[in-house]
Structure formats: structure tokens, C-alpha cells
Design a protein around this ligand. Structure first.
Ligand code: NAX
Length: 328
């Protein structure tokens, strides 16, 4: 058995974590040979509920679960952490617009970024799930100057998975046949799910699906508004599918991405594909099995794609303006 990996998770008493933590403890994220210690971070009023989650985790008797630590202090929560999954935050309330949400959640990620900087292990890798996740990751990254920037990522894997399902449903293929799905930009209603470069059974999506009006219209808006549709249907936001996506995001970060496929992650842009440098922007990437990723190069982006990418980039620039005072 190898040394346990310390996985810090925020918002640990919330809905997403209620499905995610059990699967991490079962070995679905880091593999069947890697024990984990869960470091669960919550706010003080939720510590009682968190106790209950820990009791249930213990009652599963997961052989790979080598410990559970619970705290409302970010400095303790991230101490020695190898992986940090920042799920917690305030949800959007009635009448709140995106800018309000950004303002309320920004300071949380400022504090957590500092706590990661000062306490996490040298090999820390961070995924932000709590919304607005790209901009929250940007804030955390700026407040952790000692941590290499590329360790900060935000989750667009749920959007990738949603895209695969929609393309499979429309074409009659299986989800496993859908490859090369790239999500570009912000995890929001401006994201661009790139169907031009995606494939179905190795064939271009635009050859496999003849209804191009659907691809350019309803398909994109379905992906962009899927979160809202789930809230309307379920009366609560996506939880199990988001937890699943977060697990897949981290799992794939440590695996070798097949050379004929890619995964989507929001990562710090160095200006690739003309995107403003410094934004946390979702790109198609490949991982090398050692916890590093690189952006897929040489993809063709036509005018339609460029226009969509510009819209989502502009939204991220606006979000960055709103939190400018939190960026060191
Ligand atoms: P819940 O409201 O069920 O849980 C959030 C938890 O975070 C609560 O238990 C709360 O006490 C805790 N929390 C609040 N402030 C905290 C802090 N400073 N430190 C630690 N914990 C804190 O929300 P849930 O449904 O679990 O969603 C969590 C976040 O994921 C939300 O921001 C949500 O918008 C976001 N999502 C992101 C998705 C993505 O694809 N990136 C999709 C699903 C989801 O909408």
C-alpha cells in the first residue's frame, strides 16, 4: 500500500459532497491501491451535519479510507493536502445576479487560496467546483503566490459529460462512442461546447449528425442551460452529476489521456488560441499521467467557434473586473 493521499474537500456537508465523498473513499478517484485521508472543511454552523456525513463514511468501512479530519478552519483543512476540491460556497439566492454571487463568494476563495498557499503539500492540485468556478479559481490562484499557477483549475467536466450525452442521444450512438469533446471558456451559460472538433465513432460530428441547425442552436443552448433545467425539474441543483464530474476531473488529471482523445479543464490561459492571458479558461487538454496537462494544439476554430469563444472570454473579463480588488 502506498502513502495515503490527503484530499481536502470544502462544502463537505453539502449536496455535491454527499455523493462525491463516498466514491472518493471507495477508490474511484485515485484508484484501488491508493488510500485516502479526507480533510473535510465546512463553516461552523454546518459542523454538526458534517459529523453525520463522517459517521456514514465510517459506517461504510471503506478499506481505503485511512482517516477523516473535520474542521471549520481553512488552515487546518488544507494542511498537508495533496488534492483540494473547493466545492463549498454560497448558492445563488432569489433575486441574485451573477455579479452578486461573485461578490459574496470571492472572499471565501481569497481566504482559501491563502490557506492553500501556507499549508498545503508541495504537490497540491486544486479543482474549484463552487460557482462562479472559473473566477473563484482565479481568486484562489492569485492569493497563493507560492503555488505554481497551473495547479489551479476549475471544473467544466460536467459540461463535457452533458455534451457527450446530448450528442449520443441525437445520433443514436452510445456515450462511449463520443470523443474529443472540448468545452471552451467559462462554466456558465456562455460556455462553448465545440462540436466541430468532436467525434462520434471516429467520424466528425457534423458528418454523423446532419441537423446542423440543431448543433448550432438548440444543442448549444441545452448544454449552456442544463444546470437551470435540472433545478427546475428536481427543485435542487445538479449534485450527483457534479460530484461525478469532479471525481473524473481529478482522476483524469493523474492519468494518461489517450492520444486520440482529450478532456476539458478550465486552466490558467497563457494566451493560447488568442485568449487573454491569465484568465482561468476551459480548454481541451491532455494529461501525462504525472499530474501535468497541456492544451491540445492545432485545433481549427472557424468563425462560428471564434465568435462563441469571444463571448465567453468577454464574460470572464467582466467577472475579473468585479473581483479586481481580490487579485493580488
Ligand atoms: P450546497 O449548498 O448543498 O453545499 C454547499 C456547502 O458549502 C454547504 O454545506 C455550506 O455550508 C458550505 N460552505 C459555504 N461556505 C463555505 C466556506 N467558506 N468553507 C467551506 N464550506 C462552505 O451546494 P452544492 O449543491 O453542494 O453546490 C456547491 C457548489 O457547486 C455551488 O457553488 C454550486 O453553484 C456549484 N456547482 C458547480 C458546478 C460545476 O459544474 N462547476 C455544477 C453543480 C453546482 O451548481
Amino acid at each position: 500500500m502506498t502513502t495515503p493521499v490527503r484530499v481536502a474537500v470544502t462544502g463537505a456537508a453539502g449536496s455535491i459532497c454527499y455523493s462525491m465523498l463516498f466514491r472518493i473513499a471507495a477508490g474511484e478517484m485515485l484508484g484501488p491501491d491508493t488510500p485516502v485521508i479526507l480533510q473535510l472543511l465546512e463553516i461552523t454552523p454546518a459542523m454538526g451535519a458534517l459529523e453525520g456525513v463522517a459517521m456514514e463514511l465510517n459506517d461504510c468501512a471503506f478499506p481505503l479510507l485511512h482517516g477523516i479530519e473535520m474542521t471549520d478552519d481553512p488552515n487546518k483543512g488544507f494542511a498537508g493536502a495533496n488534492v483540494a476540491m473547493l466545492v463549498g460556497g454560497r448558492p445563488r439566492g432569489p433575486g441574485m445576479v451573477r455579479a452578486d454571487l461573485i461578490k459574496i463568494n470571492g472572499p471565501i476563495f481569497e481566504g482559501q487560496g491563502k490557506a492553500i498557499n501556507d499549508n498545503a503539500a508541495d504537490d497540491i492540485r486544486v479543482v474549484v467546483v463552487g460557482n462562479p468556478c472559473n473566477t473563484n479559481a482565479l481568486i484562489a490562484m492569485h492569493n497563493a503566490p507560492d503555488v505554481p499557477k497551473e495547479r489551479f483549475t476549475a471544473m467544466t467536466r460536467l459540461d463535457q459529460n452533458r455534451t457527450k450525452h446530448q450528442l449520443a442521444m441525437k445520433s443514436g450512438a452510445q456515450v462511449a462512442d463520443i470523443t474529443n469533446v472540448g468545452i471552451w471558456g467559462n462554466h456558465s451559460n456562455t460556455m462553448y461546447p465545440d462540436f466541430f472538433n468532436a467525434k462520434i465513432g471516429g467520424k466528425a460530428v457534423t458528418d454523423a449528425i446532419s441537423d446542423h441547425e440543431w448543433l448550432k442552436g438548440d444543442f448549444i443552448s441545452t448544454i449552456q442551460s442544463r444546470g437551470k433545467a435540472i433545478i427546475e425539474a428536481r427543485g435542487a441543483s445538479s449534485a450527483a452529476s457534479a460530484g461525478n464530474a469532479a471525481i473524473e476531473h481529478v482522476r483524469d488529471w493523474f492519468q494518461v489521456t489517450p492520444s486520440d482523445d482529450w478532456v476539458s479543464m478550465a486552466i490558467p490561459s497563457n494566451g493560447e488560441y488568442g485568449v487573454t492571458e491569465g484568465l482561468i479558461f476551459s480548454y481541451p487538454v491532455r494529461c501525462d499521467g504525472a499530474g501535468n496537462y497541456s492544451i491540445v494544439e492545432g485545433l481549427e476554430l472557424n468563425d462560428f467557434a471564434k465568435e462563441k469563444i469571444k463571448v465567453t472570454e468577454d464574460q470572464l473579463l467582466e467577472e475579473r473586473e468585479v473581483v479586481a480588488d481580490l487579485l493580488k
